[in-house]
Structure formats: structure tokens, C-alpha cells
Design a protein around this ligand. Structure first.
Ligand SMILES: [Zn+2]
Length: 147
């Protein structure tokens, strides 16, 4: 598990600062020991042909933090994400957070936390019944609606 940098506050190419409501394009390149992330303003993005993982997004209108409930779910998710042997479960967790509107899917294997712009790389896996059960238990402990 290698950490992916969060969205930059300005365009990689021309340095334009991002403002709420701006459309941006993020591109990720997988390197040996790290992810290289580049974020571009709409103007620069139009002239680019990014390769690898890339997606368009909109800068959130307000710099709000996640609600306490969402924040604690994200914290639990990150604990699993940080462990190499929990990547399958973390993937299922990410799907749940996507359904709740906390994450957005950015291509096949990338999820973005919408408020912070933090990005997670998870290979899709087949969801097994015991994984769904484990997730239900975690959600119950957090008083969240089940899957
Ligand atoms: Zn730019």
C-alpha cells in the first residue's frame, strides 16, 4: 500500500489556484515506490492526453470537514486500507462509502474522498459473504445503516 498524494491546491502546469466549483483533472502514475500525482486546471487539461489513471472532478463548494459519523467511518476504512492483507475488505468498504456519497469512484481501481480529495487505490475483488458480514458488524458498531 503506497500513499497517494492528496489533490494539490493549484495546477501542476501553470500554477493556477483552484477555486470552489472549478473543474480539474487529476492524473496518477504508478511508480516503483510511490504514486506521482498531477492536478490540472480545466484550461491545461484540454491540451493534455493523460495516461494511466485519470479523472475529472469538481472542487467542493465549501471546505467542509466530514460529519463526525462520516469521519469515523473514514478513519476505520483507513485502518484496513493501511494493511496489505486487508485490501479486499478495504475494497468492499470503499464501495459502501461510495454508496453513501463519501467516496467517488475514479476509474476502475481509484476511489476519492470527495471532501479532502484524498485518493485510494484498491483493486476490485469478488465480495465474499464473510466480508459483507464483517462490514455489517463494523457499521452496526458505528450505528450506520447496514449494507
Ligand atoms: Zn493549468
Amino acid at each position: 500500500m503506497r500513499k497517494i498524494p492528496i489533490r494539490s491546491r493549484r495546477c501542476t502546469q501553470d500554477g493556477t489556484f483552484f477555486n470552489p466549483g472549478d473543474i480539474y483533472l487529476s492524473a496518477l502514475v504508478e511508480q516503483k515506490d510511490a504514486w506521482l500525482r498531477q492536478d490540472f486546471c480545466q484550461k491545461c487539461a484540454e491540451q493534455l492526453k493523460p495516461q494511466g489513471h485519470f479523472w475529472k472532478g469538481v472542487i467542493p463548494e465549501k471546505e467542509t470537514v466530514a460529519s463526525p459519523e462520516d469521519g469515523s467511518l473514514i478513519a476505520v476504512f483507513k485502518k484496513f486500507y493501511a494493511q496489505d492483507h486487508q485490501q479486499s475488505f478495504a475494497y468492499l468498504f470503499a464501495l459502501y462509502l461510495e454508496r453513501k456519497g463519501i467516496f467517488a469512484r475514479r476509474g476502475r481501481a481509484i476511489f476519492e474522498e470527495l471532501q479532502s480529495g484524498e485518493v485510494f487505490h484498491l483493486q476490485p475483488v469478488e465480495v465474499k459473504p464473510e466480508m459483507a458480514r464483517q462490514l455489517s458488524e463494523i457499521l452496526e458498531a458505528h450505528a450506520c445503516p447496514s449494507v
